[in-house]
Design a protein around this ligand. Structure first.
Ligand code: 6LW
Length: 511
């Protein structure tokens, strides 16, 4: 059996992995989105199912508003030690509330996580290494890898921090993890930045605090200057499987155009690792990550369909949904409106271009080719009221199909915002309060259509994918498909009810 990369598609960067018996757990970065730090479970390394989030209560931590794609939760590491799961991460707030490195712990990762234990160490990309009752922190600070023993229960330093390694000369030495094998401490890091020059390098030492000597074959993993479909591979973590084999996870991107641009963010990849005794490991295909590999011998032939249908009839949201920042309770609920059941968004005055809290609920675009459909009931009556669906890179880069109220009429609009340019490209009068909206994505275009009966769709217009890419308007995040409501400057009196949300990969419909 073979598998295809990515193993977790859509924006899931900086993966970290651990094994407990025959169960694998994986976490990724989540930036300004809430709940934060999605956690996945797998029995075979190839098929992953989200089981929760490590930051799932609004009072666990505050996420800084105002810097989309650049603040919030960066690069978590997950480790299991003596019956407890530990996740260490950084809340990047640029000096705001709850800034810095913190540990969350859980005895059952699907059931809930602790309040944060702030760690008295600087830097980003923190990692933990446990040995003989001691816990060690490594992180990226001041263009080097910083290291110190810490008290895992309080986050306090034990002893004096020291620098272990500055890498091989690439920019941004970061994403460190320590492993012990055959009497060596192996320090794996990433260099070159998280873009097309990204690479994984390694050094080793006989003692944990150094001296670390660089592997002669560095970088041990990189797709820079290669004609591979997956680019920018880096920020890796390793795990030894129950059969003794070694595997790595890392982030990578899948460009859609030339010159390269990508719209799904950085995704999680899996690769085999050959690790002989006393030698540095050989990663993927002699250090190059391919799209497809033979799966682990214990892989299961599970049909992992990514089709997703949500009628919002449950008590809680599906784990794949995210808010922008911690949501205000007044902005959303699951329930009934005028005899219809669904997700109710109650817009505040913040427009979609705001960096503040918006009535917004989204899930990642996980496939280059996909359809997303939702039915919207929006009996709006006041000027400025708006509700719809958006393909959203961030507040300055998004395309929206929405019902609005203008000149005492309801219109359906297609708005495109590309940086500081915002324009309503198409507008049709719609004498109705209920309509089905559809987004169809290819590698080239995002197309929008609508239907009065849920079956026959009429085209409203389209826009290029290029302008909703990391290279044009993004930073660390990838595109979301979101439902939203706003009063555009004043509270929206009219609630918007969304029902029958459907996401289907790989099947762009003919229109
Ligand atoms: C993360 C850094 C990186 O902290 O990007 O690719 C940053 N690696 O290690 C944000 O994801």
């Amino acid at each position: 059996m073979t598998y295809e990369n990515p193993i977790i598609s859509g924006m899931h960067p900086d993966p970290s992995i651990c094994r407990v018996g025959e169960d694998y757990y994986l976490v990724t970065s989540s930036f300004e989105y809430f709940p934060a730090i999605p956690i996945f479970h797998s029995r075979d390394l190839v098929h992953w199912r989200q089981i929760g989030h490590c930051i799932h209560r609004k009072d666990q931590i505050s996420l800084r508003k105002g810097f989309p794609g650049g603040t919030g939760i960066y690069a978590p590491t997950i480790r299991y030690h003596e019956g407890i799961f530990y996740v260490i991460t950084t809340n990047v707030t640029y000096g705001g509330e709850d800034d810095g490195n913190l540990i969350l712990w859980s005895k059952d990762p699907a059931q809930g996580w602790s309040d944060p234990i702030f760690v008295d160490m600087p830097g980003i990309d923190p990692s933990l290494y446990f040995e003989d009752g001691h816990a060690y922190y490594t992180g990226a600070h001041d263009n080097q890898i910083i290291f110190c023993e810490i008290d895992i229960t309080t986050g306090q330093k034990i002893g004096t921090p020291r620098y272990l390694w500055a890498g091989t000369g690439g920019n941004d030495p970061e994403g460190p993890h320590l492993y012990r094998k055959d009497g060596w401490y192996y320090l794996m890091i990433s260099e070159g930045g998280t873009e097309y020059g990204h690479m994984v390098t390694m050094a080793r030492s006989r003692t944990i605090d150094g001296t670390y000597e660089s592997c002669g074959k560095n970088p041990i993993l990189s797709n820079r200057s290669r004609s591979t479909a997956i680019k920018a591979v880096g920020h890796a973590d390793l795990v030894q499987a129950q059969d003794g084999s070694w595997w790595g996870v890392c982030l990578g991107i899948r460009p859609i155009t030339y010159p390269y641009k990508h719209n799904l963010g950085r995704e999680t990849m899996l690769f085999p690792v050959a690790w002989e005794d006393n030698a540095f490991p050989i990663m993927a295909t002699h250090g190059i990550l391919e799209e497809s590999y033979s799966a682990p011998s214990f892989a299961q032939d599970t049909d992992n369909t990514a089709d997703f249908l949500d009628d919002f009839s449950g008590d809680a949201l599906d784990l794949s949904w995210n808010f922008l920042y911690q949501p205000e309770d007044s902005l959303w609920r699951l329930g009934e409106l005028d005899g219809r059941q669904g997700l109710i968004l109650q817009g505040n005055g913040n427009p979609l271009s705001s960096t503040d809290t918006v009535a917004w609920l989204g899930r990642r675009q996980e496939h280059h080719l996909c359809n997303a459909t939702a039915t919207l009931y929006f009996p709006c009556a006041d000027p400025g009221e708006e509700a719809g669906m958006t393909i959203y890179m961030n507040n300055r880069h998004h395309y929206d199909i929405a019902l609005i109220r203008q000149n005492q009429q309801n219109y359906l609009i297609l708005r495109r915002q590309i940086g500081s340019l915002a324009s309503i490209e198409h507008m049709v009068a719609i004498p109705r309060q209920e309509i089905t909206l559809r987004l169809t994505a290819t590698k080239e275009t995002y197309s929008f259509s609508y239907s009065m009966d849920g079956t026959h769709f009429l085209s409203l217009g389209q826009g290029e994918c290029d302008y909703l890419t990391t290279e044009v308007g993004g930073r660390f995040t990838g595109n979301y498909i979101a439902l939203y409501a706003t009063g555009n400057g004043q509270p929206c009196h009219c609630p918007a009810l969304f029902s029958q949300f459907q996401y289907q990969p790989g099947k762009p419909s003919r229109q």
